[in-house]
Ligand binder design. Sequence first.
Ligand code: SAM
Length: 263
Amino acid sequence: MRTNQYVIDFYNHYDEDRRLKLKHGTVEFLTTMRYIEKYLKPGDRVLEVGAGTGRYSHALARRGYDVDAVELVEHNIEVFRQNTMPDENISVSQGNALDLSAFPDNRYDITLLLGPLYHLYKREDKLQALREAVRVTKQGGIIFAAYVISDGCLLDEGFNRGNISVADYISRGLLDSRTFAAKSEPRDLFELVRREEIDDLMAELPVTRLHYVAADGCALLMREAVDAMDNETFRLYLNYHFATCEREDMVGITSHAVDVLRK
Ligand SMILES: C[S@@+](CC[C@H](N)C(=O)[O-])C[C@H]1O[C@@H](n2cnc3c(N)ncnc32)[C@H](O)[C@@H]1O
């Protein structure tokens, strides 16, 4: 099994739970949950692959759903276990999205793959993780696959915040100087993609697309403004985001996208 030590080191030291506490950090969660809730039925069984500290898994288990979770990094599993409440019907195990052989075919109503594709760099690996997610999902079940989108990140972390140097990325061959398409390697940590690459993966799978969603839209790009909103303005902003997050003319500028697929 190929294991990316850069990912393990990063998540062993990263405060994943803290990221989600500010308003801008909740937009992606609230948006994705909204779509999950559209398809959840009483008695559904959920698998979360790359569950992190369990924000989705616990939220769903606390609503009475049976949840199994798989996570690569031990530190996250420890926090996941600490976050578990006594009445949750939930399991978590260490594992890799590339090999879900511990789970049978056609078992889950909902399968969440919200993270591992951020850290798989080869097309074949991304397809392998997606195929595994599809395999364990029941016929008619729903798969949620999340990606990090290059244009949202380039605008936010590059041109806006200067956390990455766009010129340096071009000179290192990590960005195409003409199209600005990204090309990541494991040491860059995050695999940045565009919609056409996601369409290309989706076309290889025995699934139908139900939604393609800009999960956080411009929320990270304008995080200071979002965090400064009072609760009423933030509610209005969320309504705006929910109303526009599937619009063809809006989906490209986002930090994360979620593909919602039916098997
Ligand atoms: C950005 S976090 C998202 C966590 C969670 N799904 C959420 O949305 O809150 C990505 C998670 O995927 C995990 N991960 C990365 N590569 C993985 C792999 N190949 N198999 C399983 N988990 C993986 C990471 O350790 C990390 O916990």
